[in-house]
Design a protein around this ligand. Structure first.
Ligand code: TA6
Length: 314
C-alpha cells in the first residue's frame, strides 16, 4: 500500500468500501473507489462538487455506482453477450503499492494507480488474460487526469478486441442551460434509433429531451458550458476517437432505480470513448487512452474553441 501522505489517503467509504482520496494544497480533491476503479468525486478549490453522483447510487457490489466516472471495458454498450458496459465497473480493483512516477506531470503528487486483472471467474465470460492499469491524478491546478493502459497478457497466443469509455457524469446546474461545443457537424450513431448513423446539424448541442449519441472521430477537445454557473468543463482526450453524449431525461430517469426522478436536470454524460473501431491487441501489446478534465470560467472558453490547437499538458 502506498504510504499515507497529505496528497493520497486510503480509507473507507460508503458501506465500508475501500476508497482513495486525492488532495491538492489549494483545496482540490478527488475520490476513487476500488470497487469499479471508479472516480466518484472531483472538487474545486471552493470544495464544490464537479461530478454528478446520484443520491440514489447504490454502493453495493455488484451493482455499478451511478455517477462519477465508471470505466466501460471490455465493451461499451451491450452489443456482445457480455454484461452491458463490460465488467470493469463492477469488479474490485487493487492498488499498485509502488506505482511508477508521473513522468509527464512531474509536479503531480496526488495520484493513484489501480489495477484490474482477469480472474478465473472472468475467464469464463471473457476468455482473455489482461492487465488494466488506471492512473487517476489530480494536478496542482486541480485538473483530473485519467490514463488507462490495457495489456494483452494471454499466454495462448490469442489477440483480443475491446471497446472502451470513460463514462463521465458531469454535474451541471440546469441541463436546459447547457451547451456542448466541439461536436457540431459530426456524424453520430443514435442509440435511440438502433445505432443508425446521422449527422449533427446546427451550432452547438443543447438539450430539451433524451439524448444518447455516439459521436464519431471527434476532435481531441470538447467543451461543456454551464451557463447558469458561468463555468466550462474542458475535456481533452487521446487514444479515444469517439464521444458519447447522454442524458436520460424524465421518462428514463423514472425507470432507473438508482437515479432520482428529477436528477436528469443536474447531469450530463460526455464520454471519451472508443466504440466505432474496436481495438485489437496481440499478446504483449498495450493500448493507452487518456482523458483530462478541467474547469475554466465560461467567458474564457466560449467562442474560442479551436480543436486543432489543443495540446495535452503532459
Ligand atoms: O453512455 C450512454 C449509455 O450507454 C446509455 O445508453 C444509458 O443507458 C447509459 O449508458 C447508462 O447505462 P447503465 O448501464 O449505467 O444504466
Amino acid at each position: 500500500m502506498a504510504s499515507e501522505n497529505v496528497y493520497v489517503e486510503h480509507c473507507k467509504g460508503i458501506h465500508g468500501l475501500d476508497k482513495v482520496i486525492l488532495r491538492e494544497i489549494r483545496g482540490y480533491s478527488a475520490e476513487v473507489y476500488l470497487f469499479g476503479g471508479q472516480v466518484t468525486s472531483w472538487k474545486n478549490d471552493k470544495r464544490e462538487e464537479l461530478l454528478f453522483l446520484s443520491n440514489k447510487a447504490i454502493f453495493q457490489p455488484p451493482k455499478a455506482i451511478r455517477g462519477g466516472i465508471p470505466i466501460c471495458f471490455p465493451q461499451f454498450g451491450n452489443i456482445d453477450s457480455l454484461e452491458k458496459h463490460g465488467f470493469a465497473r463492477n469488479r474490485l480493483w487493487s492498488v499498485d503499492p509502488d506505482p511508477p512516477p508521473c513522468s509527464t506531470h512531474s509536479s503531480t503528487r496526488a495520484f493513484v494507480d489501480l489495477i484490474l486483472r482477469h480472474s478465473e471467474e472472468e475467464l469464463k465470460i471473457w476468455p482473455h488474460r489482461f492487465e488494466l492499469r488506471l492512473r487517476v491524478a489530480l494536478t496542482p491546478a486541480g485538473d483530473l487526469l485519467l490514463t488507462s493502459r490495457i495489456r494483452n497478457t494471454n499466454t495462448d497466443g490469442k489477440s483480443f478486441t475491446f471497446t472502451f469509455a470513460y463514462h463521465t457524469y458531469f454535474f451541471v446546474t440546469d441541463i436546459s442551460e447547457v451547451r456542448v461545443e466541439g461536436l457540431e457537424t459530426l456524424d453520430y450513431l443514435d442509440n435511440l434509433h438502433n445505432r443508425e448513423r446521422f449527422t449533427e446539424q446546427g451550432d452547438a448541442i443543447t438539450f430539451e429531451s433524451e439524448v444518447d449519441k455516439i459521436f464519431l472521430s471527434t476532435p481531441t477537445k470538447i467543451a461543456i458550458l454551464d451557463h447558469e454557473r458561468k463555468r466550462t468543463f474542458v475535456l481533452r482526450k487521446d487514444g479515444l476517437p469517439d464521444a458519447v453524449v447522454w442524458n436520460p431525461w424524465d421518462k428514463k430517469a423514472k425507470a432507473m432505480a438508482d437515479f432520482g426522478d428529477e436528477e436528469y436536470k443536474q447531469m450530463l454524460c460526455v464520454e471519451a470513448a472508443c466504440v466505432e473501431n474496436p481495438i485489437t491487441l496481440k499478446p504483449g501489446e498495450e493500448w493507452k487512452g487518456r482523458q483530462e478534465i478541467s474547469v475554466v470560467p465560461s467567458s474564457y472558453c466560449s467562442g474560442h474553441l479551436d480543436p486543432r490547437r489543443v495540446t495535452f499538458t503532459g
